[in-house]
Ligand binder design. Structure first.
Ligand code: KE4
Length: 423
């Protein structure tokens, strides 16, 4: 008997490419039919067949306060009754911008957009305008959204010129992006030196798109130093880590000051908001203050901003302490389950971001991440879904916890993992 999700998949595939509006949702990496989600609250979501799961995706990070938090719903409803958007400046955008400026050490001014992709795309354009240079450097395994300059992977040979990582990206664009290995200062130096001067280095200060890979001690400090020496701007893509690992993000956690910061996810509280921020003289390059064009019909949408502001308002010191406690409890429980099952796997965690890697002892970069056992992960994913635990459907994603996850949810996840690892 076809269940509701598979019926919806059949309909979706007829009218939406791959049946989804973002590829990772299709479960290609883990197999099986994706669950269509019907509703969610707190740490739980229910699919179209009313199966209940404890959720470790949390919309890929935004829902750090949990699904449908009453405070956020109240703010959104209140904003919506005054109108959904105006294409004109509103007070709520200023309030959100002021909150971001207050929270993130290196941000003096911020432009609100509607996605992380727009934020990183804009940061690259600002850096190119500010330095009058064209080349950029990104890191293998770091993902910054789907703009052409950033859909690039390492080319062959010492040139370290990038090659397109997607059809439809011109080789001429990719050649302007060099790709280096994460956590490798020599590779970063080589990429900076392997061609004309570089406008910017962009990286996730805590890599979370190859699974969670923390920066090695001293790595970020070295990257800050050599970009400064090379006259290249340092762009921290904190779309995931921003407001996640600390109120001031990874730059507060590690005490590094980038030139530009990209935000997304949590700053929208579940609705579409992205942001790019930095020193005033860099940000004032953006139109209408300066010559760098950037625009958006829904940028700073007041309803979306109200969800973001309400969410940020919930992120107090106590909230981060509670998140840390729950996340540590989960990581310890998973490590214990791995040891009891005698499975070759490891857990890597920074704050409330973690990944369980199969078939490896540690992951410090994309080359090592690529040796993980994705078949084992797929089997584990399916076993966890059957036990009511909804994991990100890929080995190379982060698990996200929220303030709504407590000891009971950790218990359910760890018990599910014990059974799944034995299976
Ligand atoms: P969006 O354009 O998807 O809002 O943000 C792009 C982006 C930028 N930077 C980082 C570090 C990111 O992780 C992302 C998007 N993250 C993925 C999950 N790894 C979003 C999920 C999806 O693509 O559907």
């Amino acid at each position: 008997m076809q269940n509701a999700s598979s019926k919806l998949t059949a309909r979706a595939i007829d009218v939406i490419p791959g049946g989804v509006n973002s590829p990772v949702r299709a479960w290609k990496a883990v197999g099986g039919n994706p669950c269509f989600v019907n509703r969610a609250r707190g740490a739980y979501l229910w699919d179209a067949d009313d199966n209940c799961y404890v959720d470790l995706v949390c919309e890929w990070g935004p829902l750090i306060a949990g699904h449908a938090h009453p405070e956020v719903l109240r703010a959104v409803t209140e904003a919506a009754t005054r109108g959904l958007g105006f294409g004109a400046p509103t007070a709520i955008e200023v309030q959100l911008a002021e909150h971001i400026v207050d929270a993130v050490p290196s941000i003096q001014k911020v432009r609100l957009v509607t996605s992380g992709t727009e934020a990183t795309m804009t940061a690259i354009r600002i850096a190119r305008a500010a330095t009058k240079r064209d080349r950029i450097v990104k890191l293998a395994g770091c993902y910054h959204g789907h703009s052409d300059p950033l859909l690039v992977r390492a080319g062959s040979g010492a040139a370290t010129f990038g090659i397109p990582d997607s059809a439809g990206v011109p080789a001429e664009i990719s050649r302007l992006t060099s790709v280096a290995e994460y956590n490798d200062v020599h590779a970063m130096r080589a990429a900076l030196e392997a061609g004309p001067p570089v406008a910017a280095v962009i990286l996730e200060p805590i890599a979370a798109n190859m699974g969670v890979v923390p920066p090695l001690p001293g790595y970020l400090e070295e990257v800050r130093r050599i970009t400064q020496a090379a006259g290249a701007l340092l762009i921290f893509d904190e779309v995931i880590s921003g407001f996640r690992v600390a109120r001031g993000g990874a730059q507060e956690l590690y005490g590094i000051s980038p030139d530009l910061t990209c935000l997304g996810k949590i700053v929208g509280g579940g609705l579409p908001v992205g942001a790019v921020g930095g020193r005033g003289e860099l940000m004032d390059l953006l139109a209408p203050a300066g010559p760098v064009y950037q625009a958006g019909t829904l940028s700073g949408n007041p309803v979306a901003c109200s969800a973001g502001l309400a969410t940020l308002g919930l992120l107090t010191g106590e909230a981060y302490a509670a998140l840390e406690k729950t996340s540590a409890l989960l990581a310890d429980g998973l490590r214990d389950a791995i040891a009891s099952a005698g499975v070759h796997a490891t857990v890597q965690r920074v704050g409330s971001l973690l990944t369980l890697f199969f078939g490896v002892d540690q992951v410090r970069n994309f080359t090592e991440a690529s040796t993980s056992d994705t078949v084992a992960f797929a089997r584990f994913f399916r076993a966890m879904i059957e036990r009511g635990v909804y994991l990100p459907p890929s080995q190379f994603e982060a698990w996200f916890l929220s303030l709504a996850h407590g000891a009971a949810e950790v218990e359910r996840i760890v018990e599910g993992a014990r059974a799944a690892l034995r299976a």
